[in-house]
Design a protein around this ligand. Structure first.
Ligand SMILES: *Cc1c(COP(=O)(O)O)cnc(C)c1O
Length: 361
């Protein structure tokens, strides 16, 4: 394959389609087949189904090429998070910005068992994050845009500050995806994905992944995955890769829809705040009361009331219906995951719901 261009020299939408394929040789399938195998005939490189599977490797090669590092697939985003927090020694500090509730939950669980110390910071306040970093800090955990506040962090500045105190930096890139943001290029050490969301993109699979720049760190994480067994199923990895093939198109369309809806939402009288960071396909809006927000999320035809995000279909939910959601999140905040439908149909359905919510105010 020496005469083929290397994925790293290709642009992201080409990489999403072409990486992780069998060689262009007669009778090779275009896609890596699903190999349902708990074990392999002994004496080769594979040996056992907990160690490797062709569908994982194809997914990992594709995601790694997109993020500019070496990827490792996990059973879920949460399993990937657990593997990364396991890198942190006793009494080390994790400085974490606004993060997924499950991330905060794992940190709190570990803290309650004396495994780690957590410092929560506001990533929009760069100076405050820099002040929270010290020589005890093992890990800086960042998400940008934040969820559900949709604020943007100064990633290069925060990454540089963490490196100055010798801390590793994880960026959860689930919301932006490598189409819009490549944290390893900004200096981050590790990228985390809930592949459940945009990478797989069809609301039908739970999977996670990490991508690292340092191959020796990959070796550590791989040997722990072998040992602890937080592996995806072959079918899940195959589905996630199938979804990943259209990532660039989906992000392009969903982002264009989101930007247009954000613009129109600004003009609706019942919407008191619109939070759209100018990239991606998640928009948060605030309605005056939780009742009005519930009326919106329970009365639409196309928009589905559901948690999660990143599917082809548009979904939304009032975030404070979750007991663990931060108190700083307004009761009437609705997070929209904008899909790839026709924007006029999405707006008509949304506007009708907002009008009903306005009438109930
Ligand atoms: C969903 C999500 C996770 C957790 O991933 P799962 O695949 O649900 O385990 C982590 N981070 C972010 C930003 C998420 O949205």
């Amino acid at each position: 394959m020496a005469d083929h261009p290397k994925p790293a020299t290709l642009r992201p939408s080409t990489v999403t389609v072409h990486a992780g394929r069998p060689p262009h040789e007669p009778d090779q399938p275009l896609n890596v087949p699903i190999t349902m195998a708990s074990t392999y005939v002994g004496g080769g490189d594979k040996e056992y189904g907990r160690y490797t599977n062709d569908a994982w490797v194809a997914f990992e090669d594709t995601l790694g090429a997109l993020e500019g590092g070496k990827a490792l697939a996990f059973a879920s985003g949460q399993a990937a998070t657990g593997a990364l927090l396991d890198l942190v020694g006793h009494d080390s500090v994790v400085v974490a910005g606004q993060s997924y509730l499950g991330t905060i939950g794992q940190l709190a669980d570990r803290e309650s068992r004396g495994r780690v110390k957590t410092r929560l910071v506001d990533v929009t306040d760069t100076d405050a994050v820099v002040k929270a970093l010290d020589e005890d800090t093992a890990l800086l955990w960042l998400e940008s845009p934040t969820n559900p506040g949709m604020e943007v962090a100064d990633l290069p500045a925060l990454i540089a500050a963490a490196h100055e105190v010798g801390a590793r930096v994880v960026v959860d890139n689930t919301f932006a995806t490598p189409i819009l943001q490549r944290p390893l290029e900004l200096g981050a050490d590790i990228v985390l994905h809930s592949a459940t969301k945009y990478l797989a993109g069809h609301s039908d699979v739970i999977m996670g992944a990490v991508v690292v720049g340092d191959p020796s760190l990959w070796d550590v994480l791989k040997s722990r995955r072998d040992l602890y067994g937080a592996i995806p199923g072959p079918f899940e990895a195959w589905l996630a890769l199938r979804g990943l093939r259209t990532l660039a198109l989906r992000i392009e369309r969903a982002s264009a829809n989101a930007a247009e809806l954000a613009r129109r939402l600004e003009t609706h009288p019942v919407v008191t705040d619109v939070r759209y960071p100018g990239l991606g396909a998640v928009v948060s809006i605030v309605l005056p009361t939780p009742e009005q927000a519930d009326l919106l999320t329970h009365g639409t035809l196309l928009w589905v009331h559901a948690t999660s995000l990143g599917g082809v279909e548009s979904t939304f939910e009032r975030r404070r219906r979750w007991k663990g959601e931060g108190r700083e999140v307004p009761e009437g905040l609705v997070r929209l995951s904008v899909g790839i439908e026709d924007v006029e149909d999405l707006w008509a359905d949304l506007e009708a719901g907002l009008d009903r919510a306005a009438a109930a105010g």
